[in-house]
Design a binder for this molecule. Structure first.
Ligand SMILES: Nc1ncnc2c1ncn2[C@@H]1O[C@H](COP(=O)(O)OP(=O)(O)OP(=O)(O)O)[C@@H](O)[C@H]1O
Length: 690
């Protein structure tokens, strides 16, 4: 049976099939993945508000089914629970949830499910400092197995960019892309490993009507390729609304409609809710859900069984009169309950149609459904820019969930590869973000010369030892603040992209954190060395290599430790709180550094603070480098120089018995503890945002 013939036959019925003549574009180079049907039953989501006893129920025992090959819209009034439902279905939110979620009829294993799905959040979380091509290269390097050849990866990139209309912009920085292009790039990045189930939170937000149309067309084409595409959407135009295959509508945390978009008006009409002529059905269902036509929510929820019923094209409408009758309701549940039946009951029957095996089965409704399906199939084949992906229908759902490669690994690449890719990307950002780099360099050189001029040639002057100690302390202060603030500011800005990429299984948190941690160390080290060389020479500190190395190592460690403090603060809190708290938290460390008050003068009950004050170890390290190890007497150009002998200075500072090795060891220990703490805070932050 050729396509044209079937379409003519279909033309006799009520179906309308639009065929556009362009050749379908196919994604042939992507890895094969199984189709995925997602179902949820009696899903309840509660959160605690304020006091522990105050529990708010956001989703109230909703059920539903989202099929492969369909574009599903989750709609509802503001606050109805759309984002919450999406977050639960993606696995982004897990605590506070009750009910069951099944994948291809089997209880969902979240870890396996996340390998099959991707979640494209509302605000395209992209790194602005990469070109489209580079962003795609990073995605392929992280999301495709390492064994994939470079040529294959490039082919995948080219194919996706071509299909999504981004190949013209492959050299454009992502920050310069338009809103619609950013959205397409977000999709392109996730499409690399061909996830069979894709979730989108408000994919059309911020787009004009033409971009909205393009975006939804793209999602529709992805669905036609066999994927399960689910997105939340506020209030689409009638034209956009028609493009969705399946509609799931929420009102006040309950399901008021589930079924094909084409049957919405008919279904509402059967419940005495007549959609006015020329009125957008999408607007009508929202208005009904908002209560603009009276309080119909309860009636709709009961009729649709809170999502257990599905108003499918080609299936009879549930008989309304029977819904108040418990016995009939149970009967209805039996015939519609996909948990008890084979998960793909209807669809599997439909799937045989093009082969002609089950073309007639005796029931008109099913027959209509089969014809509709066949029409859809033909429309798919002829559609404009159909993004097809060969999917393998697998009998064993478990095999499917483990991925077609059968690999139980969480990530496509090893942690070492992830580390290298993220490190290279971060170094590229640093190179691109030259303003910040030059600013940092400029600040270190400028302040170095300023300090050099202020404390010029005082290092060997016995009458200026107190000024020299001020210079040593200022070094600590300067290096601490410059290193700390950079990470406090930059780390939280990375967070949204980290959340997205980590959730979508691009890399492990460990690899990411190691790469981020390592990436800034060389820059900080270079800036610190430049600063120390300038001030050390200008202030005439002792020109002995071993003293210089001790001085430099203390300064470097202070910079690294302060950077780690910035990481902890940046990982644990937002920029506003961090910018305030970090300097305030540093005050006790500065006070107990040994510069303002010597150790013996500190009250015993406060002395413990000196042991955790990294500034103390740094200050002590530079003081020892300058005055200990049998330094010769300082020059004295006055009648009496109290600090002419370096040991006097050490005595005044209570540092006669201080051990430089211990200072370095303490700084190293604090560094390690802080880096581990920053990682733990980051992990906690990622978990708590969910
Ligand atoms: N953690 C939370 N604590 C308290 N209430 C919450 C929490 N998360 C969500 N809610 C509430 O749950 C309801 C549903 O929120 P949700 O974000 O899912 O709505 P929505 O349908 O996506 O709304 P919108 O279309 O406006 O984005 C809202 O009333 C919201 O205030």
């Amino acid at each position: 049976m050729d396509n044209k013939f079937l379409i003519n036959n279909l033309g006799k019925g009520s179906l309308k099939v639009t065929i556009t003549p362009s050749q379908p574009k196919t994604l042939t180079h992507l890895p094969k993945r199984p189709p995925v049907d997602l179902a949820f039953t009696d899903l309840t989501y509660k959160v605690q508000e304020g006091r522990k006893s105050n529990v708010k129920t956001i989703l109230k025992s909703v059920s539903g089914r989202l099929r492969s090959g369909e574009l599903t819209a989750i709609m509802g009034p503001s606050g109805a629970g759309k984002s919450t439902l999406l977050n639960i279905l993606t696995g982004y939110k897990t605590s506070g949830m009750e009910g069951s979620i099944t994948v291809n009829g089997m209880e969902r294993n979240l870890s396996s499910f996340r390998k099959l799905s991707c979640y494209i959040m509302q605000d395209n979380q992209l790194h602005g400092n990469l070109t489209v091509e580079e962003a795609m290269a990073v995605a392929t390097a992280l999301k495709l197995p390492s064994v994939t050849s470079r040529a294959d990866k490039e082919e995948v990139i080219q194919e996706i960019l071509d299909t999504l209309g981004l190949s013209e912009h492959h050299k454009t920085m992502t920050s310069n892309l338009s809103g619609g292009q950013k959205k397409r790039l977000s999709i392109a990045l996730e499409l690399v490993n061909n996830p069979p189930i894709m979730f989108f939170d408000e994919p059309t937000s911020g787009l004009d009507s033409s971009s909205c149309f393009q975006c939804i067309s793209l999602l529709k084409n992805l669905a036609r390729g066999g994927r399960t595409i689910i997105c939340t959407i506020h209030q689409p135009s009638a034209r956009l609304f028609e493009m969705f295959d399946h509609l799931y509508t929420l009102a006040d945390g309950q399901c008021v409609y589930q079924g094909s978009t084409g049957r919405l008006v008919e279904w509402l009409g059967s419940l005495s809710l007549q959609c006015p002529s020329y009125h957008n059905p999408a607007s009508f269902i929202i208005e009904v859900s908002c209560g603009e036509y009276g309080d119909n929510t309860g009636k709709l929820v009961r009729a649709i069984e809170n999502g257990k019923n599905d108003i499918r094209t080609g299936m009879p409408l549930p008989k309304m009169a029977e819904y108040n009758n418990k016995r009939d309701m149970d009967q209805s549940l039996k015939t519609n309950d996909w948990n008890k039946n084979d998960a793909s009951q209807v669809q599997d029957k439909m799937a045989d149609v093009p082969n002609g095996a089950n073309g007639t089965n005796g029931t008109n409704n099913l027959h209509n459904g089969l014809l509709q399906f066949a029409a859809n199939e033909i429309a798919k084949g002829k559609g404009d820019q159909v993004v097809q992906v060969e999917t393998e229908k697998q009998d064993n759902a478990e095999v499917a969930l483990l991925g077609t490669d059968g690999s139980p690994r969480r990530y496509a690449t090893s942690e070492l590869t992830q580390f290298w890719v993220v490190l290279k990307r971060t170094l590229l950002f640093s190179r691109r973000d030259w303003t910040l780099m030059y600013l940092r360099l400029f600040a270190h050189i400028l302040v170095g010369f300023l300090i050099g001029a202020l404390y010029y040639d005082i290092g060997d002057d016995g009458s200026k030892v107190l000024s020299n100690l001020g210079f040593l302390f200022f070094n600590m202060l300067f290096l601490m603040y410059t290193s700390m603030t950079i990470t406090i500011l930059s780390f939280p800005l990375e967070m949204p992209v980290l959340i997205k990429e980590h959730f979508n299984r691009w890399y492990s948190l460990r690899s990411y954190y190691l790469a981020i941690t390592v990436s800034d160390i060389p820059f900080q080290a270079i800036f610190c060395i430049i600063y120390v060389v300038i001030v050390y020479l200008l202030t005439s500190q002792p020109l002995e290599w071993f003293r210089f190395s001790m001085f430099l190592s203390s300064c470097l460690l202070i910079a690294f430790v302060a950077q780690s403090v910035g990481l902890v603060v940046g990982a644990a809190m937002n920029v506003q709180n961090g910018v305030f708290l970090a300097p305030v938290m540093s005050v006790p460390f500065l006070l107990f550094s040994g510069f303002f008050v010597s150790f013996n003068a500190i009250p015993v009950y406060l002395r413990w603070i000196t042991y955790v004050s990294y500034i103390r170890y740094g200050f002590e390290g530079t003081a020892l480098a300058t005055y200990a190890f049998n330094r010769t007497k300082l020059q004295c150009h006055q009648v009496y120089c109290h600090f002419k002998h370096p040991d006097t200075t050490l005595e005044e500072l209570d540092m006669q018995n201080a051990d430089f090795t211990l200072d370095i060891a303490a700084l190293c220990l604090i560094f390690v503890v802080l880096r581990i703490s920053a990682f733990l805070f980051l992990r906690w932050k990622l978990r708590s945002t969910r």
